[in-house]
Design a protein around this ligand. Structure first.
Ligand code: NAD
Length: 259
């Protein structure tokens, strides 16, 4: 059997990069995506290929642009013949009280964190259904299940992803295509590192206090979830053994949402 092909959006950094690496190690060819310096991205692409033995291509689609998302799927099928695994991971964050939350930030978070998954799924599903196999894994968040103050757009988008996950799971179930959401608690990536000073400003407390009393306060393990843990769960969901897991909203949050 030829290698399966996995697209991982937002895989030039953080969780997405970890997922791409793990899927490559598990025998998938890879389409990586994300923003950043072209030279840095090329170095990431080349390193992933060398490390995993996968064929790795980079697609520069901006996840806020539906036509670029459609082209990414078309280009993947043109290059590899099929798309077997779609990981909707790209995401951004912005933290502010709702009274001062910039409307343009709201729109962008909804586009990248929620609508991008709709567009990617819409274009990839026909190919998956036609071959009777597909794995769609949406990287949601514990914020798909619970809220935190000052994250109105992010929490809304992640709750929306949970609804999208369940709906498409029902539509695709008889065609060998599973659709699930993984819901990490706090993982120490650039996305979280950036919000530490923002949270400190919004709450009027120190950055150490943000880590201790805000980020990890509700995470009973009292440590960050690791990128490798999220990647391993994603690889499992992408595999043949996970064929009966669909429509699931799966916390990987150190017990946060058990409260
Ligand atoms: P990160 O900032 O390290 O990586 C985000 C990735 O998305 C980068 O590759 C970036 O280039 C890409 N991206 C951003 N805007 C884009 C756009 N318009 N088009 C294409 N790519 C774009 O963040 P991360 O922490 O690795 O987050 C990845 C996902 O995990 C996000 O959906 C985030 O909401 C989710 N998540 C993160 C945490 C956490 O604690 N870090 C917890 C739960 C869920």
């Amino acid at each position: 059997m030829s290698k399966r092909t996995a697209i991982v959006t937002g895989s030039t950094s953080g969780i997405g990069l970890g997922i791409a690496r793990a899927l490559g190690m598990a025998g998938h060819n890879l389409v990586i995506n994300g923003l950043g310096d072209p030279a840095v991205i090329e170095a990431i692409r080349a390193e992933l290929a060398a490390e995993t033995g996968a064929e790795v291509i980079y697609d520069a689609a901006d996840m806020s642009k539906p036509d670029e998302i459609a082209a990414m799927i078309t280009n993947t099928i043109a290059r590899f013949g099929h798309v077997d695994v779609l990981v909707n991971n790209a995401g951004i964050q912005f933290v502010a009280p709702i009274e001062t939350f910039p409307p343009a930030r709201w729109d962008l978070i909804i586009q990248i964190n929620m609508s991008a998954a709709f567009h990617a799924i819409q274009h990839a599903l026909a190919d998956m259904k036609s071959r009777g196999f597909g794995r769609i894994i949406n990287v949601a968040s514990a914020h798909a299940l619970v809220a935190s103050p000052f994250k109105s757009a992010y929490v809304t988008a992640k709750h929306g992803i949970a609804g999208l996950t369940k709906t498409v799971a029902l539509e695709a179930a008889e065609h060998g295509v599973t659709v699930n959401a993984v819901c990490p608690g706090y993982v120490l990536t650039p996305l979280v590192e950036k919000q530490i000073p923002e949270q400190a400003a919004a709450r009027g407390i120190s950055e150490d206090a943000v880590i201790r009393d805000v980020l990890l306060a509700a995470q009973p393990t009292k440590r960050f979830v690791t990128v490798e843990e999220v990647a391993a769960l994603t690889v499992f969901l992408a595999g043949d053994s996970a064929g009966s897991i669909t429509g699931a909203i799966i916390p990987i949050d150190g017990g946060w949402t058990a409260h």
